[in-house]
Design a protein around this ligand. Structure first.
Ligand SMILES: [Zn+2]
Length: 364
């Protein structure tokens, strides 16, 4: 009887861990030997993110701060900024409106695709950009498919802003800028500014159910190793369904909290089958941004995901393992939610790399 109860309890706990409900996030101060981080090895009840030489982020359920205090760990609350700080940023609704406005201005180049809805019913939108059919070009539907996805962590906002700027830049400069013209003549480019609009509205990492979307995909190294959609979050289901309907060749997803290009695997120490290729692409992205290239934390602004810290259930590894869609994770800025007046500059910092990474689609 006791044994049965224990099994039941551990099953329940396991399920909770898998669901990764998070309520609170903290920054834990650590040294370069990661002595505090080591205390959480194999602790599936917390999520670790953005490990650096000064510390790391930790997310968990209510009561985590009491736990940390008991462990005599030095920490501070994340995101203690006030609501007025967020006011300069567009709302999720304004982002959708902006996408619609660009689409209606450039209907021959831009299509909007709603792939599903968030927990709170907000549309999950891709803009698809490609040139119309033209003699001498591949038929639009025959062009290789590429995608960028941003803001799956709601409080990592810079990616969303860069994607809106990129969509507009591509649409506006087709026919004026030879590089952009060539990109839209050659590829089908899908751009999703926000995979977690509810989280963005709440300035929180998780979706409206308190789930970390980047720990919620199937993972070939864990017990959650079936590429099935049942019991997953609506945002994750929408992405899985969309991915299955396409043949993406290359992708990236954007985060914030560090400045680095993170290449697979995240979930395993195994050498990634296309390691040389993905490392070269990562270096090409980092090379054009001085604070990536000259990073003190990451040699040449890139890192293998697993060597940085293990991520289970991430979108990046799922993408390649089940769909052959090569994906990297780009951490754009150390500050997750910077002052809005900096965003245009971040776009300029990343513009060359963003275009260059799309062009990599043709190199393999
Ligand atoms: Zn993130």
């Amino acid at each position: 009887m006791k044994k049965t109860l224990l099994i039941l309890i551990s099953l329940f706990l396991f399920d909770e861990a898998k669901a990764q409900k998070i309520e609170k996030g903290f920054f834990v101060y650590d040294d370069s030997t990661h002595s505090e981080l080591k205390k959480f090895t194999n602790n599936k009840n917390v999520i670790i993110d953005h490990v650096s030489s000064s510390g790391f982020e930790i997310y968990g359920v209510k009561g985590l701060s009491e736990e940390l205090s008991k462990m005599k760990i030095l920490f501070t609350e994340l995101n203690p900024v006030s609501d007025s700080f967020f006011a300069d940023y567009p709302t999720a609704e304004m982002i959708t409106k902006k996408m619609q406005a660009i689409q209606s201005q450039y209907p021959q180049l831009v299509t909007l695709i709603e792939i599903g809805k968030s927990v709170e019913g907000r549309p999950l939108m891709f803009a698809k950009l490609t040139a119309p059919a033209k003699r001498g070009l591949k038929a639009p539907s025959a062009r290789p498919e590429f995608k960028y996805v941003a803001n799956m962590h709601g409080d990592e906002i810079v990616g969303r802003e860069l994607m809106i700027r990129l969509i507009e830049d591509l649409a506006k400069n087709y026919g004026n800028d030879s590089r952009i013209t060539n990109i839209l003549d050659s590829f089908q480019v899908y751009i999703m500014p926000s995979m977690n609009p509810d989280g963005a509205m709440k300035h929180q990492r998780s979706n409206a159910n308190g789930t970390d979307l980047n720990r919620s995909f199937p993972d070939f190294t864990t017990s959650d190793n079936q590429n099935t959609m049942n019991r997953r979050e609506p945002e994750v289901q929408a992405m899985m369904k969309f991915q299955a309907q396409h043949h993406f060749k290359l992708s990236a997803n954007f985060h914030g909290g560090a400045e680095v290009v993170n290449y697979p695997y995240d979930t395993s120490a195994d050498v990634f089958p296309l390691e040389n290729l993905v490392k070269t692409m990562s270096l090409n992205y980092a090379r054009k941004i001085p604070y990536f290239w000259n990073s003190r934390e990451f040699e040449r602004g890139i890192t293998n995901g697993y060597q940085w810290y293990e991520v289970d259930g991430g979108m990046q590894d799922w993408s390649y393992h089940w769909h052959g869609d090569l994906q990297v994770t780009i951490e754009l800025t150390k500050t997750k939610w910077p002052n809005y007046s900096n965003v245009d500059r971040y776009y300029q910092d990343n513009r060359e790399s963003l275009l260059g990474y799309i062009e990599e689609t043709a190199t393999f």
